[in-house]
Design a protein around this ligand. Structure first.
Ligand code: SAH
Ligand code: SF4
Ligand code: F3S
Length: 451
Protein backbone atom coordinates (compact mmCIF):
# COMPACT_ATOMS: atom_id res chain seq x y z
CA UNK A 1 0.00 0.00 0.00
CA UNK A 2 1.14 3.54 -0.74
CA UNK A 3 2.41 5.35 2.32
CA UNK A 4 0.71 8.62 3.18
CA UNK A 5 2.82 11.61 4.18
CA UNK A 6 2.00 14.90 5.82
CA UNK A 7 4.39 17.87 6.04
CA UNK A 8 4.03 20.76 8.45
CA UNK A 9 6.17 23.79 7.66
CA UNK A 10 7.60 26.51 9.93
CA UNK A 11 9.94 29.42 9.27
CA UNK A 12 10.68 31.51 6.22
CA UNK A 13 9.38 31.36 2.67
CA UNK A 14 12.43 29.35 1.70
CA UNK A 15 11.35 26.59 4.02
CA UNK A 16 7.90 26.60 2.40
CA UNK A 17 9.60 26.35 -1.00
CA UNK A 18 11.69 23.44 0.31
CA UNK A 19 8.57 21.62 1.43
CA UNK A 20 7.40 21.74 -2.19
CA UNK A 21 10.67 20.09 -3.21
CA UNK A 22 10.20 17.37 -0.60
CA UNK A 23 6.63 16.87 -1.88
CA UNK A 24 8.06 16.22 -5.30
CA UNK A 25 10.68 13.76 -4.02
CA UNK A 26 8.16 11.76 -1.98
CA UNK A 27 5.46 11.71 -4.68
CA UNK A 28 8.08 10.48 -7.16
CA UNK A 29 8.89 7.74 -4.70
CA UNK A 30 5.27 6.55 -4.91
CA UNK A 31 3.92 8.02 -1.68
CA UNK A 32 0.70 10.05 -1.45
CA UNK A 33 0.24 13.45 0.18
CA UNK A 34 -2.42 14.04 2.86
CA UNK A 35 -3.44 17.33 4.46
CA UNK A 36 -3.75 16.19 8.08
CA UNK A 37 -1.40 14.56 10.55
CA UNK A 38 -3.96 12.05 11.84
CA UNK A 39 -4.30 10.11 8.60
CA UNK A 40 -0.57 10.08 7.76
CA UNK A 41 1.89 7.20 8.03
CA UNK A 42 4.81 9.61 7.85
CA UNK A 43 4.72 13.03 9.55
CA UNK A 44 7.49 15.44 8.63
CA UNK A 45 8.05 18.78 10.33
CA UNK A 46 10.06 21.28 8.32
CA UNK A 47 11.62 23.37 11.06
CA UNK A 48 13.09 26.80 11.76
CA UNK A 49 15.87 27.79 14.19
CA UNK A 50 15.94 31.53 13.71
CA UNK A 51 14.72 32.37 17.24
CA UNK A 52 14.19 30.38 20.41
CA UNK A 53 10.38 30.56 20.17
CA UNK A 54 10.45 29.12 16.64
CA UNK A 55 12.17 26.03 18.03
CA UNK A 56 9.92 25.81 21.09
CA UNK A 57 6.87 25.66 18.84
CA UNK A 58 8.36 22.69 17.00
CA UNK A 59 9.31 20.81 20.19
CA UNK A 60 5.75 21.17 21.47
CA UNK A 61 4.38 19.94 18.19
CA UNK A 62 6.72 16.93 18.24
CA UNK A 63 5.42 16.04 21.69
CA UNK A 64 1.88 16.07 20.31
CA UNK A 65 2.95 13.74 17.53
CA UNK A 66 4.47 11.40 20.11
CA UNK A 67 0.97 10.98 21.54
CA UNK A 68 -0.29 10.02 18.08
CA UNK A 69 2.53 7.51 17.88
CA UNK A 70 1.30 5.75 21.02
CA UNK A 71 -1.85 4.67 19.21
CA UNK A 72 -0.18 4.00 15.89
CA UNK A 73 2.95 1.97 16.27
CA UNK A 74 4.24 2.21 12.72
CA UNK A 75 3.86 5.98 12.49
CA UNK A 76 7.12 7.65 11.44
CA UNK A 77 7.88 11.16 12.66
CA UNK A 78 10.68 13.17 11.11
CA UNK A 79 12.36 16.52 11.42
CA UNK A 80 13.50 18.39 8.32
CA UNK A 81 15.11 21.77 7.87
CA UNK A 82 17.07 24.15 10.01
CA UNK A 83 16.67 22.40 13.38
CA UNK A 84 17.99 19.12 12.02
CA UNK A 85 21.57 19.96 12.88
CA UNK A 86 20.63 20.51 16.51
CA UNK A 87 18.01 17.82 16.95
CA UNK A 88 20.41 15.09 15.92
CA UNK A 89 21.85 15.07 19.46
CA UNK A 90 18.52 15.26 21.19
CA UNK A 91 17.18 12.39 19.12
CA UNK A 92 19.65 10.22 20.95
CA UNK A 93 18.66 11.62 24.35
CA UNK A 94 14.92 11.59 23.70
CA UNK A 95 14.65 8.31 21.83
CA UNK A 96 10.95 8.32 21.10
CA UNK A 97 10.35 11.79 19.79
CA UNK A 98 11.54 11.37 16.19
CA UNK A 99 12.70 8.60 13.87
CA UNK A 100 14.29 10.55 11.07
CA UNK A 101 16.29 13.77 10.90
CA UNK A 102 17.13 15.38 7.55
CA UNK A 103 19.07 18.60 6.98
CA UNK A 104 18.18 21.11 4.23
CA UNK A 105 20.67 19.71 1.71
CA UNK A 106 19.79 16.02 2.16
CA UNK A 107 16.16 15.87 0.99
CA UNK A 108 16.96 13.59 -1.94
CA UNK A 109 17.95 11.01 0.65
CA UNK A 110 14.55 10.92 2.43
CA UNK A 111 13.19 7.82 0.60
CA UNK A 112 16.29 5.83 1.59
CA UNK A 113 16.17 7.13 5.15
CA UNK A 114 12.53 6.04 5.40
CA UNK A 115 13.51 2.48 4.47
CA UNK A 116 16.09 2.50 7.23
CA UNK A 117 13.35 3.45 9.67
CA UNK A 118 11.23 0.56 8.33
CA UNK A 119 14.11 -1.70 9.25
CA UNK A 120 13.86 -0.45 12.81
CA UNK A 121 16.68 2.08 12.86
CA UNK A 122 16.81 5.81 13.48
CA UNK A 123 17.93 7.59 10.32
CA UNK A 124 19.92 10.79 10.16
CA UNK A 125 21.42 12.80 7.29
CA UNK A 126 22.38 16.35 8.13
CA UNK A 127 25.25 16.76 5.67
CA UNK A 128 25.42 20.20 4.14
CA UNK A 129 26.48 20.51 0.54
CA UNK A 130 28.42 23.02 -1.53
CA UNK A 131 26.45 22.28 -4.71
CA UNK A 132 22.93 21.09 -3.96
CA UNK A 133 20.27 23.47 -5.34
CA UNK A 134 17.61 20.89 -6.27
CA UNK A 135 17.74 22.54 -9.70
CA UNK A 136 16.29 19.55 -11.55
CA UNK A 137 13.41 18.95 -9.13
CA UNK A 138 10.06 20.47 -10.09
CA UNK A 139 8.43 21.58 -6.82
CA UNK A 140 4.91 20.25 -6.19
CA UNK A 141 2.71 23.00 -4.80
CA UNK A 142 0.09 21.14 -2.79
CA UNK A 143 -1.13 23.81 -0.39
CA UNK A 144 -0.90 27.17 -2.20
CA UNK A 145 -3.69 29.26 -3.71
CA UNK A 146 -2.72 28.47 -7.32
CA UNK A 147 -2.08 32.16 -7.95
CA UNK A 148 1.11 33.07 -6.09
CA UNK A 149 4.26 30.93 -6.03
CA UNK A 150 7.74 31.01 -4.54
CA UNK A 151 10.82 30.00 -6.50
CA UNK A 152 14.14 29.35 -4.76
CA UNK A 153 17.03 30.83 -6.70
CA UNK A 154 19.84 30.14 -4.25
CA UNK A 155 20.60 28.35 -1.00
CA UNK A 156 22.66 29.02 2.10
CA UNK A 157 24.24 32.27 3.21
CA UNK A 158 27.83 33.45 3.56
CA UNK A 159 27.11 36.76 5.26
CA UNK A 160 27.66 35.68 8.83
CA UNK A 161 25.69 38.45 10.50
CA UNK A 162 26.76 37.97 14.11
CA UNK A 163 23.25 37.24 15.45
CA UNK A 164 22.14 34.82 12.76
CA UNK A 165 22.07 31.02 12.74
CA UNK A 166 21.21 30.62 9.05
CA UNK A 167 24.81 30.20 7.78
CA UNK A 168 25.13 27.27 10.21
CA UNK A 169 21.80 25.60 9.47
CA UNK A 170 21.81 26.11 5.70
CA UNK A 171 25.49 26.13 4.88
CA UNK A 172 27.41 27.93 2.16
CA UNK A 173 25.80 30.18 -0.36
CA UNK A 174 25.25 28.76 -3.85
CA UNK A 175 23.14 29.89 -6.80
CA UNK A 176 20.84 27.73 -8.82
CA UNK A 177 21.55 27.74 -12.60
CA UNK A 178 19.55 30.50 -14.32
CA UNK A 179 18.19 28.20 -17.00
CA UNK A 180 16.56 25.93 -14.40
CA UNK A 181 14.93 28.94 -12.71
CA UNK A 182 13.58 30.23 -16.03
CA UNK A 183 12.26 26.75 -16.81
CA UNK A 184 10.35 26.76 -13.54
CA UNK A 185 8.96 30.24 -14.25
CA UNK A 186 7.76 29.08 -17.70
CA UNK A 187 6.14 26.07 -16.10
CA UNK A 188 4.34 28.27 -13.54
CA UNK A 189 3.23 30.55 -16.36
CA UNK A 190 1.70 27.58 -18.20
CA UNK A 191 -0.05 26.50 -15.01
CA UNK A 192 -1.70 29.92 -14.72
CA UNK A 193 0.25 31.41 -11.80
CA UNK A 194 0.08 35.21 -11.63
CA UNK A 195 2.67 36.19 -9.07
CA UNK A 196 6.15 34.76 -8.48
CA UNK A 197 8.52 35.63 -5.65
CA UNK A 198 12.18 34.76 -6.22
CA UNK A 199 13.79 33.66 -2.99
CA UNK A 200 17.23 33.59 -1.43
CA UNK A 201 18.86 34.72 1.84
CA UNK A 202 20.78 37.35 -0.07
CA UNK A 203 19.42 37.61 -3.59
CA UNK A 204 21.69 40.38 -4.82
CA UNK A 205 24.68 38.07 -4.63
CA UNK A 206 22.95 35.67 -7.05
CA UNK A 207 25.48 34.59 -9.66
CA UNK A 208 25.43 32.04 -12.45
CA UNK A 209 28.48 32.67 -14.63
CA UNK A 210 27.92 36.11 -16.16
CA UNK A 211 24.32 36.20 -15.02
CA UNK A 212 23.52 38.56 -12.16
CA UNK A 213 20.33 38.93 -10.14
CA UNK A 214 19.26 41.88 -12.29
CA UNK A 215 19.65 39.75 -15.42
CA UNK A 216 17.63 36.99 -13.79
CA UNK A 217 14.82 39.44 -12.92
CA UNK A 218 14.96 40.83 -16.43
CA UNK A 219 14.73 37.42 -18.10
CA UNK A 220 12.10 36.09 -15.69
CA UNK A 221 9.79 39.07 -16.06
CA UNK A 222 9.91 38.85 -19.86
CA UNK A 223 8.54 35.32 -19.84
CA UNK A 224 4.99 36.51 -19.22
CA UNK A 225 4.09 40.21 -18.84
CA UNK A 226 0.94 39.21 -16.94
CA UNK A 227 2.88 37.59 -14.11
CA UNK A 228 4.09 40.01 -11.47
CA UNK A 229 7.44 39.42 -9.81
CA UNK A 230 8.71 40.06 -6.30
CA UNK A 231 11.91 39.00 -4.57
CA UNK A 232 13.20 38.46 -1.05
CA UNK A 233 15.60 39.27 0.53
CA UNK A 234 18.23 41.62 -0.81
CA UNK A 235 21.06 42.88 1.41
CA UNK A 236 21.66 46.63 1.77
CA UNK A 237 25.41 46.22 1.34
CA UNK A 238 25.45 45.59 -2.42
CA UNK A 239 22.06 46.50 -3.84
CA UNK A 240 22.51 47.00 -7.60
CA UNK A 241 21.37 50.30 -9.19
CA UNK A 242 20.48 48.64 -12.46
CA UNK A 243 17.86 46.59 -10.62
CA UNK A 244 16.17 49.77 -9.39
CA UNK A 245 15.99 51.11 -12.94
CA UNK A 246 14.63 47.81 -14.20
CA UNK A 247 11.91 47.80 -11.51
CA UNK A 248 11.01 51.37 -12.41
CA UNK A 249 10.66 50.54 -16.13
CA UNK A 250 9.08 47.11 -16.09
CA UNK A 251 5.36 47.07 -15.27
CA UNK A 252 5.36 43.52 -13.92
CA UNK A 253 8.27 44.04 -11.49
CA UNK A 254 6.56 45.11 -8.28
CA UNK A 255 7.32 48.47 -6.74
CA UNK A 256 8.03 46.89 -3.42
CA UNK A 257 11.39 46.15 -1.79
CA UNK A 258 12.07 44.34 1.46
CA UNK A 259 15.35 45.81 2.64
CA UNK A 260 16.33 44.63 6.14
CA UNK A 261 18.04 47.33 8.21
CA UNK A 262 18.27 45.38 11.53
CA UNK A 263 19.40 48.49 13.44
CA UNK A 264 19.92 52.22 13.10
CA UNK A 265 23.33 53.06 14.60
CA UNK A 266 26.79 52.50 13.18
CA UNK A 267 28.04 50.96 16.42
CA UNK A 268 25.23 48.42 16.49
CA UNK A 269 25.50 47.63 12.77
CA UNK A 270 29.18 47.00 13.33
CA UNK A 271 28.50 44.57 16.22
CA UNK A 272 25.90 42.87 14.09
CA UNK A 273 28.50 42.52 11.30
CA UNK A 274 26.22 44.32 8.89
CA UNK A 275 28.73 45.93 6.53
CA UNK A 276 27.00 49.30 5.95
CA UNK A 277 26.56 52.50 7.91
CA UNK A 278 23.37 54.37 8.79
CA UNK A 279 24.29 56.96 6.20
CA UNK A 280 24.93 54.40 3.46
CA UNK A 281 21.57 52.82 4.27
CA UNK A 282 19.83 56.19 3.97
CA UNK A 283 21.59 56.87 0.69
CA UNK A 284 20.28 53.57 -0.65
CA UNK A 285 16.74 54.27 0.57
CA UNK A 286 16.76 57.72 -1.03
CA UNK A 287 17.95 56.23 -4.29
CA UNK A 288 15.12 53.71 -4.16
CA UNK A 289 12.57 56.44 -3.51
CA UNK A 290 13.95 58.64 -6.30
CA UNK A 291 14.34 56.00 -8.99
CA UNK A 292 11.04 54.23 -8.19
CA UNK A 293 8.50 56.92 -7.30
CA UNK A 294 5.94 55.60 -4.81
CA UNK A 295 8.07 52.56 -3.97
CA UNK A 296 6.88 50.61 -0.96
CA UNK A 297 9.52 49.50 1.53
CA UNK A 298 9.63 46.96 4.32
CA UNK A 299 12.32 45.87 6.73
CA UNK A 300 13.50 43.56 9.50
CA UNK A 301 14.51 45.01 12.87
CA UNK A 302 16.08 43.40 15.93
CA UNK A 303 15.55 44.98 19.36
CA UNK A 304 17.86 44.37 22.31
CA UNK A 305 20.89 42.88 20.60
CA UNK A 306 24.04 42.43 22.72
CA UNK A 307 25.19 45.60 24.43
CA UNK A 308 22.37 47.73 23.02
CA UNK A 309 22.35 51.15 24.69
CA UNK A 310 19.37 53.47 24.97
CA UNK A 311 21.01 55.72 22.33
CA UNK A 312 21.38 52.82 19.94
CA UNK A 313 17.75 51.92 20.47
CA UNK A 314 16.76 55.53 19.78
CA UNK A 315 18.83 55.43 16.60
CA UNK A 316 16.82 52.43 15.41
CA UNK A 317 13.59 54.29 16.23
CA UNK A 318 14.73 57.41 14.36
CA UNK A 319 15.87 55.41 11.33
CA UNK A 320 12.46 53.75 11.08
CA UNK A 321 10.75 57.08 11.49
CA UNK A 322 12.82 58.67 8.76
CA UNK A 323 12.33 55.86 6.24
CA UNK A 324 8.60 55.37 6.94
CA UNK A 325 8.38 51.68 6.05
CA UNK A 326 5.06 50.33 4.83
CA UNK A 327 5.70 47.12 6.72
CA UNK A 328 8.24 45.87 9.26
CA UNK A 329 9.07 42.53 10.83
CA UNK A 330 10.26 43.33 14.32
CA UNK A 331 11.92 40.89 16.72
CA UNK A 332 13.46 40.75 20.18
CA UNK A 333 17.00 39.39 19.96
CA UNK A 334 17.21 35.68 20.69
CA UNK A 335 20.66 34.22 21.24
CA UNK A 336 21.59 31.31 18.95
CA UNK A 337 24.34 28.80 19.57
CA UNK A 338 27.37 28.83 17.27
CA UNK A 339 26.84 32.41 16.07
CA UNK A 340 29.58 35.00 16.57
CA UNK A 341 27.38 36.83 19.07
CA UNK A 342 27.05 33.65 21.13
CA UNK A 343 30.80 33.10 21.13
CA UNK A 344 31.99 36.68 21.55
CA UNK A 345 29.29 38.91 23.04
CA UNK A 346 26.98 38.74 25.98
CA UNK A 347 23.20 38.63 25.65
CA UNK A 348 23.10 41.33 28.30
CA UNK A 349 19.99 43.41 27.62
CA UNK A 350 17.51 42.37 30.31
CA UNK A 351 14.34 40.69 29.02
CA UNK A 352 12.12 43.51 30.32
CA UNK A 353 14.13 46.15 28.50
CA UNK A 354 14.17 44.13 25.29
CA UNK A 355 10.41 43.86 25.51
CA UNK A 356 9.94 47.55 26.22
CA UNK A 357 12.14 48.57 23.31
CA UNK A 358 10.41 46.13 20.97
CA UNK A 359 7.03 47.49 22.04
CA UNK A 360 8.18 51.06 21.36
CA UNK A 361 9.42 50.02 17.94
CA UNK A 362 6.17 48.21 17.12
CA UNK A 363 3.95 51.04 18.37
CA UNK A 364 5.79 53.64 16.35
CA UNK A 365 5.63 51.42 13.26
CA UNK A 366 1.87 50.84 13.69
CA UNK A 367 1.33 54.61 13.80
CA UNK A 368 3.39 55.06 10.65
CA UNK A 369 1.47 52.30 8.86
CA UNK A 370 -1.86 53.69 9.94
CA UNK A 371 -0.93 57.11 8.64
CA UNK A 372 0.56 55.82 5.39
CA UNK A 373 -2.42 53.60 4.72
CA UNK A 374 -4.77 56.50 5.35
CA UNK A 375 -2.93 58.42 2.63
CA UNK A 376 -3.99 55.66 0.23
CA UNK A 377 -7.66 56.59 0.53
CA UNK A 378 -8.94 57.90 -2.81
CA UNK A 379 -6.05 56.36 -4.75
CA UNK A 380 -6.31 53.65 -7.41
CA UNK A 381 -4.37 50.39 -7.37
CA UNK A 382 -4.05 47.22 -9.38
CA UNK A 383 -4.87 44.26 -7.13
CA UNK A 384 -4.25 40.58 -7.87
CA UNK A 385 -7.11 38.58 -6.34
CA UNK A 386 -5.68 35.82 -4.13
CA UNK A 387 -8.76 34.40 -2.43
CA UNK A 388 -11.78 34.88 -0.19
CA UNK A 389 -11.49 37.47 2.58
CA UNK A 390 -11.24 36.08 6.11
CA UNK A 391 -13.96 38.45 7.20
CA UNK A 392 -16.66 37.62 4.70
CA UNK A 393 -17.51 35.12 1.95
CA UNK A 394 -18.87 38.06 -0.02
CA UNK A 395 -15.46 39.67 -0.26
CA UNK A 396 -12.15 38.82 -1.84
CA UNK A 397 -8.63 39.81 -0.88
CA UNK A 398 -5.43 40.43 -2.75
CA UNK A 399 -2.38 42.65 -2.85
CA UNK A 400 -1.43 45.86 -4.56
CA UNK A 401 1.74 46.03 -6.59
CA UNK A 402 3.17 47.69 -3.44
CA UNK A 403 2.30 44.58 -1.40
CA UNK A 404 -0.57 46.04 0.62
CA UNK A 405 -3.44 43.73 1.46
CA UNK A 406 -6.77 44.95 0.02
CA UNK A 407 -10.31 43.68 0.65
CA UNK A 408 -13.28 44.38 -1.66
CA UNK A 409 -16.63 43.00 -2.87
CA UNK A 410 -16.44 39.71 -4.70
CA UNK A 411 -18.88 40.52 -7.55
CA UNK A 412 -17.78 38.23 -10.42
CA UNK A 413 -14.08 38.35 -9.66
CA UNK A 414 -12.08 35.14 -9.61
CA UNK A 415 -8.85 34.12 -7.98
CA UNK A 416 -6.04 35.25 -10.28
CA UNK A 417 -7.90 38.26 -11.74
CA UNK A 418 -6.23 41.65 -11.85
CA UNK A 419 -8.71 44.25 -10.65
CA UNK A 420 -8.39 48.03 -10.63
CA UNK A 421 -9.73 49.32 -7.31
CA UNK A 422 -10.19 52.62 -5.52
CA UNK A 423 -9.23 52.70 -1.85
CA UNK A 424 -12.05 53.84 0.43
CA UNK A 425 -10.84 53.01 3.94
CA UNK A 426 -7.84 51.65 5.82
CA UNK A 427 -6.35 50.20 9.01
CA UNK A 428 -2.68 49.71 9.90
CA UNK A 429 -2.71 46.33 8.11
CA UNK A 430 -5.42 46.39 5.44
CA UNK A 431 -6.95 48.62 2.79
CA UNK A 432 -10.66 48.51 1.96
CA UNK A 433 -11.60 49.27 -1.64
CA UNK A 434 -14.32 49.59 -4.25
CA UNK A 435 -13.60 47.56 -7.38
CA UNK A 436 -13.63 49.53 -10.65
CA UNK A 437 -12.96 46.94 -13.35
CA UNK A 438 -11.20 43.74 -14.22
CA UNK A 439 -8.07 44.47 -16.23
CA UNK A 440 -4.54 43.27 -17.03
CA UNK A 441 -1.06 44.49 -16.10
CA UNK A 442 -0.38 45.52 -19.69
CA UNK A 443 -3.61 47.45 -20.00
CA UNK A 444 -3.46 49.05 -16.55
CA UNK A 445 0.07 50.37 -16.89
CA UNK A 446 -0.54 51.17 -20.53
CA UNK A 447 2.85 49.95 -21.62
CA UNK A 448 3.84 46.95 -23.67
CA UNK A 449 7.01 45.10 -22.84
CA UNK A 450 9.32 44.77 -25.77
CA UNK A 451 10.13 41.11 -26.17
N1 SAH B 1 18.50 36.69 4.90
C1 SAH B 1 17.52 37.55 5.38
C2 SAH B 1 17.07 37.30 6.79
C3 SAH B 1 16.57 35.98 7.14
S1 SAH B 1 16.16 35.80 8.82
C4 SAH B 1 18.10 38.90 5.35
O1 SAH B 1 19.28 39.09 5.65
O2 SAH B 1 17.35 39.78 5.05
C5 SAH B 1 14.86 36.98 8.98
C6 SAH B 1 15.08 37.97 10.07
O3 SAH B 1 15.12 37.37 11.35
C7 SAH B 1 16.39 38.73 10.02
O4 SAH B 1 16.38 39.76 9.08
C8 SAH B 1 16.50 39.26 11.43
O5 SAH B 1 15.84 40.49 11.57
C9 SAH B 1 15.77 38.22 12.24
N2 SAH B 1 16.71 37.44 13.05
C10 SAH B 1 17.73 36.68 12.63
N3 SAH B 1 18.40 36.15 13.68
C11 SAH B 1 17.79 36.60 14.80
C12 SAH B 1 18.00 36.41 16.20
N4 SAH B 1 19.01 35.67 16.64
N5 SAH B 1 17.15 37.01 17.06
C13 SAH B 1 16.14 37.78 16.62
N6 SAH B 1 15.89 37.99 15.31
C14 SAH B 1 16.70 37.41 14.41
FE1 SF4 C 1 21.27 35.70 8.40
FE2 SF4 C 1 22.59 37.83 7.66
FE3 SF4 C 1 22.50 35.71 6.05
FE4 SF4 C 1 20.31 37.18 6.44
S1 SF4 C 1 22.19 37.87 5.47
S2 SF4 C 1 20.45 34.94 6.50
S3 SF4 C 1 20.52 37.82 8.55
S4 SF4 C 1 23.49 35.82 8.05
FE1 F3S D 1 14.23 29.70 9.86
FE2 F3S D 1 15.95 28.36 8.48
FE3 F3S D 1 14.40 30.13 7.30
S1 F3S D 1 16.30 29.18 10.47
S2 F3S D 1 14.08 31.63 8.88
S3 F3S D 1 13.74 28.29 8.29
S4 F3S D 1 16.49 29.66 6.78
Amino acid sequence: MKKKFYIETYGCQMNFADTEIVNSILLDDGMTAVQDAESADVILVNTCSIRENAETKVWNRLKEFRTLKKNKEDLTVGVLGCMAERIKDRIIEEEHLVDIVVGPDAYRDIPRLLTEVDDGRKAVNVLLSLEETYADIAPVRTTGNGVTAFVSIMRGCDNMCSFCVVPFTRGRERSRPMESILREVRQLSEEGYKEITLLGQNVNSYKDGENTFTRLMDESSKINPEIRFRFSSPHPKDFPDDLLHLIAERPNLCNYIHIPAQAGSDTMLERMRRPYTREQYFTLINKMKTIIPGVSLSTDIIAGFCGETEEEHEATMSLMKAVEYDLAYMFAYSERERTLAHRKFEDDVPEAIKKRRLTEIINQQMDIQKRRNKEEIGKRHLVLVEGTSKRSEEQVNGRTDTNKMVVFDRKDFQQGDYVEVEITDSTSATLIATPIRKTTITEYYGAAIEA
